[in-house]
Write a protein that binds this ligand. Sequence first.
Ligand SMILES: Nc1ncnc2c1ncn2[C@@H]1O[C@H](COP(=O)(O)OP(=O)(O)OP(=O)(O)O)[C@@H](O)[C@H]1O
Ligand SMILES: [Mg+2]
Length: 187
Amino acid sequence: MTAAATRTVARISGLGKQFGDRIVLDGVELDIHHGEIVALVGRSGSGKSTLLRVLAGLSDEHCGTVEVDDRFALAFQESRLVPWLSVVRNVALGLPDPRQRRHGAHRARAVLDEVGLGRCADVWPLTLSGGEAQRAALARALIAEPALLLLDEPFGALDALTRIAMQDLLLRLFDEHGFGGSSQMRV
Ligand SMILES: Nc1ncnc2c1ncn2[C@@H]1O[C@H](COP(=O)(O)OP(=O)(O)OP(=O)(O)O)[C@@H](O)[C@H]1O
Ligand SMILES: [Mg+2]
């Protein structure tokens, strides 16, 4: 095992989160290392999305320690593309720096090619099928070459065959990119 394979990209210790009286997360311990695929499995309402939101810094007021590699990207259950921007400009939004975003079309087209959507670069998001929209959202998450890719059931709304194709695509991209790179941690 290499040093890169053991680098920690997320470290959660003693995490607790409640909404009013409802305790959703209680004493969660989780380390995620570079190169690992971690699946959160639980009943509806058990707190999976809440945990991802905490990891992505979208949820305040929790207890415990949460350290996350700065270079993370998040894809949601719905594609959440901006309807008034072309697909390629939506993908460029995944770049962290606004100047990079303005000049990021070339890179965005390359990532769209990778997810098999090169021909849709210049169309409006509303003209995409559900699976195409999810691939565009995946491209937006991948464009910054994240160290940690957080996926909240992004293929849940797709039919079974499309979902299998998307899972295969994701595994291929994971093999190619490893979603690795940085050890910056945000606390
Ligand atoms: N902003 C919020 N305010 C109040 N309660 C919330 C809020 N967000 C989530 N909850 C509650 O926290 C619990 C966990 O929700 P969460 O969305 O994390 O579940 P989940 O495991 O992702 O479920 P699913 O599999 O259905 O997506 C639910 O009971 C939900 O109603
Ligand atoms: Mg959820």
